[in-house]
Design a protein. Structure first.
Length: 130
């Protein structure tokens, strides 16, 4: 709730209220606080993505922010961590996590309006690129 309020306040230009809302979550986590002079859209989005990491909000946030094409159209990489027992050293080997290419096209920001709905209401027009 605080993250949604912080984002809405920031977008409306209420920087003081946005800072208060995001500090409610940062204070609980023991993270340094922000004020109206240094709060940014990026801070709010980073906070939202880390707080809601496993709650299936990320995809919908990326669509809503219109950044999905930039974030999702890339290959996700990971690290394989190997411990070499005789030396006690760790080796970090980068690798591609996926064997396929992700595609998020601009038309994916919208859902198509089906033909049956358009037939029911001829004033409807199809969303762009469908």
């Amino acid at each position: 709730m605080y993250l949604t309020k912080a984002e809405a306040d920031f977008e409306m230009g209420n920087l003081q209220d946005a800072a208060i809302a995001i500090n409610a979550t940062r204070l609980r986590a023991g993270i340094s606080l922000v004020n109206q002079a240094n709060i940014t859209r990026e801070i709010i989005r980073t906070e939202r993505s880390s707080e809601l990491a496993f709650e299936v909000h990320r995809y919908w946030d990326l669509r809503r922010w219109r950044t999905a094409a930039d974030v999702l159209n890339r290959t996700f990489r990971g690290l394989q961590i190997i411990l070499h027992f005789p030396t006690g050293k760790y080796y970090f080997i980068p690798f591609n996590c996926e064997t396929f290419s992700r595609v998020f096209r601009p038309e994916h920001y919208y859902n198509p309006i089906t033909t049956s709905r358009i037939n029911n209401n001829p004033k409807l027009i199809e969303n762009p690129l469908y």
